[in-house]
Design a protein around this ligand. Structure first.
Ligand code: SF4
Length: 318
């Protein structure tokens, strides 16, 4: 069955929800991971697409996303600030560019970036652009079309990031202050302006494998070409602080199924990667074609040089 579905995907046909569920239940997991890796090599080759982020505005968020340490609804220990310092951000982006990172994103907490913050971020983007050839991305919540247009025309933003986070049918279990439809609207606005979209989710929030498949198919239907897969890092003080960790098999199966359902997309290994360092190489070879490197939003991430060494060891070209 695994080989039959692999051939179907390689011939350009789409798997149905039911077929993906069957795949996820297959007994021979090693064959599943290896087939997903073959699909990745066929459509994406050996190059790994690297990006990095700066948390440009941290904390004090009015929303109640249950996984997030930046929500004002929860008592967490994070650094809170209104605007990141320009020099350190520009330096970090330039250093990353020289190491082989292709894209840098500024990320702001909150339901939607306000116009003043956006105005203050423009000079930072311009400085990065003047001093490096790294391409630019933004992640600023439910941004308006007008604000997106400003980012595109004034600083040449090529990508916009807005995670759906989880399946449409599960979203209200983890966030009640905004809806997945508002996120989908944001993705559509970016596409209208010819801005590439990066959108994925977090696994390990209590959702089922069927929810993950629903998310992967929703992203496919939205023609998303960059899909971050984050593994929940349960933060003390958030409602998900005691969430049960996913097993290795569940994580690898999820990555493989995402690859079967989104064969041409960049499946991006993102937050939570350090927790699975002991089987990172296996995860990379289960369908991954991209990674977020360096620090994450509120948690220390990985060292860019060490990541590059690990990716090369797994056979990727930077
Ligand atoms: S994920 Fe974004 S919108 Fe949700 S609480 Fe965190 S910062 Fe706010």
């Amino acid at each position: 069955m695994i080989n039959k579905y692999k051939q179907k995907v390689l011939s350009g046909k789409k798997l149905t929800f039911e077929e993906a569920v069957k795949l996820s239940n297959s007994e021979n997991k090693e064959e599943l991971y290896s087939a997903a890796n073959d699909i990745r090599i066929f459509f994406c080759g050996q190059t790994i697409d690297l990006c990095s982020i700066t948390n440009a505005k941290s904390g004090k968020c009015s929303q109640d996303c249950k996984w997030c340490s930046q929500s004002d609804a929860y008592e967490t220990e994070i650094d809170e600030y209104e605007l990141v310092e320009m020099d350190s951000t520009v330096k970090e982006a330039i250093e990353n560019a020289t190491k082989g990172v292709k894209r840098h994103s500024l990320v702001t907490s909150g339901r939607r970036v306000n116009d003043l913050t956006l105005e203050n971020l423009i000079p930072i983007y311009k400085e990065i652009k003047n001093k490096s050839d790294i391409s630019l991305c933004a992640s600023m919540g439910l941004i308006t079309e007008k604000q997106l247009l400003k980012l595109k025309t004034e600083v040449g933003i090529e990508h916009y990031h807005c995670n759906l986070e989880t399946a449409p049918s599960f979203f209200s279990e983890v966030c009640t202050t905004h809806t997945i439809d508002e996120k989908i609207e944001t993705i559509k606005n970016a596409h209208k302006l010819d801005i590439n979209v990066c959108s994925g989710g977090i696994i390990g929030m209590g959702e089922t494998m069927e929810h993950r498949i629903e998310l992967a198919i929703t992203l496919r239907d939205l023609h998303v070409q960059s899909i971050p897969i984050n593994i929940l890092n349960p933060v003390k003080g958030t409602p998900l602080e005691n969430a049960k960790s996913l097993s290795e098999e569940e994580i690898l199966t999820t990555i493989a199924i995402f690859r079967f359902l989104n064969p041409k997309a960049n499946l991006r290994f993102a937050g939570g990667r350090l927790q699975i360092k002991h089987f990172q190489e296996k995860a990379l070879l289960s369908g991954i074609s991209a990674a977020l490197t360096g620090d994450y939003l509120t948690t220390i991430g990985s060292n860019v040089e060490e990541d590059i060494k690990d990716f090369k060891k797994a056979g990727f070209v930077i």
